[in-house]
Design a protein around this ligand. Structure first.
Ligand code: DON
Length: 304
């Protein structure tokens, strides 16, 4: 496996030149655009890592999978999907204008910023407690009790997060979300700033692929139903407005983040964590597309 991974990384790492690192959050602009690393965990839980697999980066939008999970565990499937929908969209991740329409009664899906902020608002816990519970779940799924959040990125997210603040308050004014908006936003900015590497990501992906079989979720939730739902959401919204093309060409349910992480789940088989901060215009890792796409061909991982 390592040999295959090394060759795929070697053949594709030059494509970092086709993208650029996210700089709309200043702290993210410091990333090394050439970084590229991957970890894949197989059915027997063997861990295969290559390249910059050990480098830390912030989880960003991949946290939206974790918060969706926690909100469902706290409130149940029905209550969560009363304020977010299931549909994919052509709109970018930070879309806001659709929330103005009187016809709109919920956020489009839980992977857009609007949907993710709505989902975070449902998670139990006042003040700091909300984020503490999110971080705890990340640690449990990643099998790493040392995970923490990056204070510099958090501050940068918060200082430049006016659009997310506008999204949250617009949703409140429309009656889509309730409660303490500042605490929800603070939790959202912190959850995006959680520091991980590709091994952590692959462990999280593997727990979903493995239907949370070995994970104590401290909840009576139907684990299989939960993993199926997360996987289906990744299929149509995980890569934002590129989700359709990703599904057609890569064929592995995945979720991206603007720091360059990609979490990929091959149901009942593999968990994959990727890092490459050079991004395309949709906010997805360019190298992630190339490398995971080739890996999918090489190992015949396309779920369709
Ligand atoms: O809300 C934001 O702007 C970010 N902190 C998270 C966005 C993100 O990762 C979008 N993804 N690809």
């Amino acid at each position: 496996m390592e040999k295959i991974l090394k060759k795929i990384l070697e053949d594709n790492k030059k494509f970092y030149k086709d993208g650029k690192v996210a700089d709309y959050i200043p702290a993210l602009g410091k990333a090394n655009i050439e970084d590229c690393g991957i970890t894949i965990i197989d059915k027997d839980k063997n861990i295969h890592s290559v390249g910059d697999y050990n480098k830390k980066f912030t989880i960003q939008s991949i946290s939206k999978i974790i918060t969706l999970m926690l909100a469902i565990m706290d409130k149940g499937f029905e209550e969560v999907f009363q304020i977010v929908g299931y549909e994919g969209t052509e709109r970018p991740f930070n879309t806001i204008s659709y929330l103005e329409s009187e016809k709109v009664k919920k956020a489009i899906n839980p992977m857009l910023n609007s949907g993710a902020i709505a989902v975070t608002s449902l998670i139990k816990g006042d003040g700091e407690k909300k984020f503490d519970r999110i971080l705890e779940l990340v640690k449990v799924l990643a099998l790493n009790s040392k995970i923490d959040y990056d204070r510099e990125v958090y501050k940068s997210e918060k200082d430049t997060g006016d659009r997310n603040k506008a999204i949250a308050y617009l949703m409140k004014s429309r009656g889509i979300i309730n409660g303490d908006i500042e605490s929800t936003l603070d939790s959202y900015f912190k959850q995006c700033s959680i520091n991980i590497n590709t091994i952590d990501l692959a462990n999280i992906a593997f727990s979903i692929a493995n239907r949370f079989e070995d994970v104590d979720l401290e909840s009576h939730i139907d684990k299989k139903k939960l993993s199926s739902l997360l996987i289906s959401i990744m299929v149509h919204s995980g890569m934002y407005n590129f989700s359709g093309e990703w599904s057609a060409k890569v064929g592995i349910p995945s979720k991206s983040g603007v720091a360059g992480g990609v979490l990929s789940v091959v149901p009942d088989k593999y968990g994959i964590g990727f890092f490459g901060p050079s991004l395309d215009e949709n906010g997805n890792s360019i190298l992630g597309y190339k490398v995971i796409g080739e890996l999918s061909n090489e190992l015949d991982l396309n779920i369709y």
